[in-house]
Design a protein around this ligand. Structure first.
Ligand code: NAD
Ligand code: ZN
Length: 359
């Protein structure tokens, strides 16, 4: 049964971050009660993190985004929490981009389900609800704030796959469109385009859902406003992109991505290219699979004067391309969504290699 769930509570608007104190206070019952904060390292020593309601008993992890979340890293954070505390926290807070939001989601699931992060990579493997969690996105695009997954790279298995579960959805969001104001221009574009790409992949796929389509269409329309405008980072556009990202995350719960994300996951797994940039690398050469959208993507790049670094696959030999192909073709659900059950005969090894070489 395909039963849909979205984030139950959210606050939206400039300054809603200040609501965090009350939300946390409502959860603390005893003096020993503690919370865990995962905060993007960008905010370390910032006024914003100094203003957060962090108590002496709380645990704070400033999350580095140099490497995207891995199962190894999540297991190690989980072990640290177990070593330092004998009880479960009252709340887990994730504040940052997709990396930080996903780390918080994964730890929340681990704290009540135990075991290893890799045990839950896949669909509906998380047995019981995680610890109450609050998400605060500080960069818009991934939809990690509203989606039902948290994406982890499993190096041993050469696999990038999330804990796809209704239990992974945040219990509460604080959507404060002031927070992304400091995001560097290129990063804003790369991550922001994730929403656009999620939505065009869903809408071009065969697993359609009327409500998912409605979320996608609205998120697409907002993304077009933002990236087709003169200043993608105006105050109005910061707000629009935050809404688009939220809606895009809701859409993806009812559908699947397509050809771009599997190829992008290959680049992330093998070459450690970050998600937003990897998506843009792939979208840039998708004429065969998404012709109109590729043209529109080129228009956004020109309009916003954003360029992509060149030659990322230049030094790769046959073995490298083989690994890229293997970590792409493993994504059966999105590829079936986009290309049908016979996807292996369409996205063949030589076709994938040709695409990767053009990147
Ligand atoms: P990210 O979390 O790495 O953030 C991008 C960069 O922006 C980082 O350097 C970060 O420090 C910086 N940053 C964030 N907020 C900032 C701010 N306000 N000011 C200045 N700098 C700021 O990247 P991302 O693109 O947001 O997320 C990518 C991750 O999300 C990947 O791991 C990807 O797999 C995952 N993802 C998850 C989902 C999901 O549904 N859970 C969907 C898509 C992608
Ligand atoms: Zn994505």
């Amino acid at each position: 049964m395909n039963n849909s769930k979205n984030v139950p509570f959210y606050l939206f608007g400039k300054g809603v971050l200040s609501g965090l104190a009350l939300l946390i206070e409502l959860k603390r019952k005893d003096r020993e009660d503690y919370c865990i904060f995962f905060i993007d390292r960008f905010f370390e020593r910032s006024e914003i993190s100094a203003s957060l309601p962090i108590g002496e008993q709380d645990l704070v992890f400033f999350v580095s985004t140099e490497v995207e979340p891995t199962t190894t890293n999540v297991n190690s954070i989980y072990d640290t929490v177990l070593a330092r505390k004998g009880n479960i926290p009252r709340a887990v807070v994730g504040m940052g981009g997709g990396c930080t939001l996903d780390t918080a989601k994964a730890i929340s699931n681990m704290l009540t389900n135990g075991g290893k992060a890799e045990d839950y990579q896949g669909w509906d493997l998380v047995r019981v609800p995680g610890v109450y969690k609050i998400g605060i996105p500080t960069i818009s695009g991934t939809g990690a704030e509203s989606s039902r997954t948290c994406v982890l790279t499993n190096q041993a298995k050469n696999l990038k796959l999330g804990m796809n579960s209704e239990h992974t959805i945040y219990d509460q969001l604080l959507l404060d469109p002031v927070l992304p104001v400091t995001v560097p221009r290129d990063q804003y574009f790369y991550t922001g385009l994730d929403t656009y790409i999620h939505c065009i992949e869903s809408l071009r796929g065969s697993y359609r859902h009327a409500i998912g389509d409605a979320f996608s269409n609205e998120a697409l329309s907002l993304s077009r406003d933002v990236f087709g405008s003169e200043d993608m980072q105006s105050a109005e556009n910061l707000e629009k992109l935050m809404v688009a990202s939220y809606l895009g995350g809701c859409a993806i719960a009812n559908s699947y991505v397509g050809v771009v994300h599997p190829l992008s996951a290959g680049l992330s797994t093998v070459l450690k290219v970050h998600h937003g940039l990897a998506n843009c690398f792939v979208m840039n050469v998708m004429e065969e699979f998404y012709p109109e959208e590729t043209e529109e993507f080129h228009h956004f790049m020109r309009k916003q004067a954003v360029e992509l670094p060149a030659g990322i696959t230049a030094g790769l030999g046959d073995e490298g391309f083989e690994r890229l192909y293997e970590s792409t073709i493993i994504h059966e659900k999105p590829l079936t969504n986009a290309l049908g059950a016979d996807y292996r005969s369409i996205l063949t090894k030589s076709k994938a290699t040709e695409i990767f070489k053009r990147i």
